[in-house]
Design a protein around this ligand. Structure first.
Ligand SMILES: Nc1ncnc2c1ncn2[C@@H]1O[C@H](COP(=O)(O)OP(=O)(O)O)[C@@H](O)[C@H]1O
Ligand SMILES: [Mg+2]
Length: 296
């Protein structure tokens, strides 16, 4: 171990040593890392090989941004460099909202990306060594009313459930974004929500902010699998979590919204994400760690 607190490991098998930070390893080049780290670069690299990305532009904080909003009607505003949905505002429709969202994203990253809001489901596809290992649909955090608890109490309870279910990885923050999403739905945190009413409290589906994740690997449309593998090839990266917006898991249409160089490998049960990662790091052990009935 060289930085256990941050997930740093030094793994050795036989004569081979590989250092990792969770799912990021020395097998990922610095160039591939840099392409994923900057969402503008990711968009450029993918666009160049014809992989569909949402219409987008780098914010210039002038009339051109407002013209882009007018052209697309609804935008997503995000820091060029960021993760976990931090600083991302979904559903920007007015000049005022655009202003607030640009500044929020700009506080986290020197460059801000504006994208047309694409409707559909949020799909994460994990590609390891050029193969799809797991695909999961993700939903933003939501609470369900019981006619007794307030929205705030429901959020706290739901957040504890999510933390327990994910070993602390997923929680719903009671921050400005949550307050804004609740307000946009016509509620306040003090309202008692009617029994059975579902209220989404975030608009980004990141696990980190209470989103839920559901394995759909067996239903994945082949065109989506090919698209995700093409992203890994275009960036030339051995481990990647590709985020797509899709019409449906079993439909061929998609856009790619980002590529993550250090995707979470947990929470994709029952898919063998960790096993495939170890296979990649130590190819000569391939199959050795599988249950006996799966060995050939
Ligand atoms: N163009 C878009 N259209 C619709 N939703 C989007 C778009 N871009 C981002 N989102 C939503 O915001 C979330 C976070 O955006 P993403 O680009 O993945 O940034 P991060 O690196 O913070 O995860 C996505 O998972 C998705 O729910
Ligand atoms: Mg993402």
């Amino acid at each position: 171990m060289f930085d256990a607190a941050r997930g740093g490991l030094r793994l050795r098998h036989g004569g081979r040593v590989v250092r990792t930070f969770e799912s990021l390893s020395e097998l990922t080049t610095a160039v591939a890392f840099r392409i994923c780290d900057d969402k503008r670069l990711t968009r450029e690299v993918l666009e160049r090989v014809g992989i569909p990305v949402p219409p987008g532009r780098t914010a210039t904080f002038d009339d051109a941004d407002e013209a882009f909003l007018a052209e697309h009607g609804e935008l997503v505003v995000k820091p060029a460099r960021g993760e976990g949905g931090a600083g991302v505002t979904v559903g920007v429709t007015t000049a005022d909202e655009l202003d607030g969202a640009r500044h929020e994203a700009g506080g986290r990253s020197a460059d801000v990306v504006l994208e047309a809001h694409c409707r559909g489901e949020d799909l994460r596809v994990v590609v390891i060594a050029g193969e799809v290992v797991a695909a999961s649909v993700r939903y933003p955090a939501a609470v369900v009313g019981d006619g007794r608890l307030t929205v705030e109490e429901l959020i706290r309870a739901r957040s504890e459930e999510r933390q327990a279910a994910t070993g602390g990885a997923s929680r719903i923050p009671l921050d400005d974004t949550t307050r804004r999403v609740v307000a946009q739905a016509g509620h306040s945190l003090d309202d008692v929500l009617d029994e059975g009413v579902t209220l989404p409290v975030r608009r980004t589906a990141n696990l980190h902010t209470g989103g839920t994740i559901h394995d759909v690997t067996d239903r994945l449309h082949p065109a989506l699998a090919v698209g995700a593998v093409a992203v890994a090839w275009a960036i030339d990266i051995p481990v990647v979590g590709v985020d797509l917006v899709v019409e449906g898991v079993d439909r061929p249409d998609f856009v790619v919204i980002e590529a993550n160089e250090q995707p979470g490998l947990a929470n994709h049960e029952p898919q063998p994400t960790a096993e495939r990662f170890v296979d990649l790091l130590f190819p000569n052990t391939r199959g050795l760690h599988q249950p006996p009935e799966r060995q050939s």
